[in-house]
Design a protein around this ligand. Structure first.
Ligand code: AVJ
Length: 323
């Protein structure tokens, strides 16, 4: 029990507007079943844990996508017009974009991410390594409309959305995101997007239940973040990580399960948990090539080309905005 909670909650209750994070947490934990948005995993501790996940033997998506971007880099770069502005949605570490930067004559790179500090640090590192590249970082929630920097308005636009982050969206949200990206990028825009594919459930299960327990720490970190930033008093040790594959919905589901009956307060609001009760923290949808292409078409994009690794674990698609 966090002895300071009452004072913190009291202190927090009225000192100005509650953050979007605070509002969303209160709203989502007030729902049945309880849930939290996966976008709140990515404070600096969470972004670091995710970087560790990408290096895990069980977590195949990142290295498989990197293999495709390396092996098919020339073909992928060929769809990117000379002097284009590459707009990366949810730009975490810049490992992947560097593979394109080495093969394209870009006019500018526009990384967009919610964790401003991490973004700025990555942008500075890029400027150091690519002195002729114009880098315009945009701190924004890419799931909502945002403005592109004035400097790139006249350039051809290419969206870049790697890592299968699309998988976090519910099907209707994925459609909404692809439509919104089409509007932000404009007419004749192109998009390069990474999409994780359906596969053997054991492989999927292991990728989200790694033996080192990093994914568990990544999942639990959102409760630590609530305690850190919202004066919460979650007994984090009383929760366990669970990731399962929901075959009917084609998705990995991540949950935090309370081991016992307990209460937790956030910004002065009390939440009670039954033994075994879940907080649903993430969905990671897995697609077939056909199902993804159908989604892209219904969002106003025309599939140009798609590439997979030899084992068909992951896919990268090139799309063009249909008139
Ligand atoms: C960044 C959303 C693509 O769903 O695979 C990794 C996040 N969650 N391990 C994914 C994640 C658990 C990842 N995405």
């Amino acid at each position: 029990m966090n002895v300071h909670a009452p004072a913190l909650a009291e202190a927090h209750r009225f000192d100005g507007p509650i953050s979007a994070f605070g509002r969303d947490v209160i709203e989502n934990l007030s729902q049945a079943p309880k849930r939290l948005s996966p976008k709140y995993f990515y404070d600096s501790a969470g972004s670091e844990l995710f970087e560790q996940i990408t290096l895990l033997p069980e977590y195949y998506p990142t290295r498989t996508e990197l293999t495709i971007l390396r092996d098919r880099g020339r073909a992928i770069s060929a769809i990117i017009p000379k002097g284009a502005a590459l707009v990366e949605f949810g730009a975490g570490a810049t490992t992947k974009v560097r593979l394109l930067l080495d093969q394209c004559a870009l006019g500018a790179y526009v990384p967009v991410d919610i964790s401003g500090d991490f973004l700025q640090a990555q942008a500075d590192a890029l400027r150091a390594d690519y002195p002729n590249l114009n880098v315009y970082p945009v701190t924004a929630d890419f799931t909502a409309p945002f403005d592109l920097p004035e400097a790139v308005r006249a350039m051809p636009k290419v969206g870049f959305f790697p890592g299968s982050t699309l998988g976090n969206f519910e099907p209707h949200e994925a459609l909404g995101f692809l439509r919104s990206a089409r509007n932000i990028l404009g007419k004749d825009a192109r998009m390069v997007i990474g999409v994780d594919l359906e596969k053997d459930e054991r492989v999927l299960y292991d990728a989200y239940n790694d033996s080192a327990g990093i994914t568990a720490r990544f999942n639990l970190n959102v409760l630590h973040r609530i305690n850190r930033e919202l004066g919460g008093d979650f007994d984090v040790g009383a929760f366990v990580h669970r990731a399962i594959y929901n075959r009917d919905r084609h998705r990995i589901e991540m949950h935090l399960i309370s081991k016992k009956a307990l209460t937790a307060q956030v910004l002065g609001k009390q939440f009670s948990f039954r033994p075994g009760e879940s907080i649903h923290t993430e969905n990671s949808y897995k697609y077939s090539i056909d199902r993804f292409m159908a989604l892209a078409r219904s969002a106003g994009w025309q599939p140009l080309e798609s590439w997979t690794d030899a084992a068909g674990m992951f896919s990268v698609h090139a799309l063009v905005a249909s008139d």
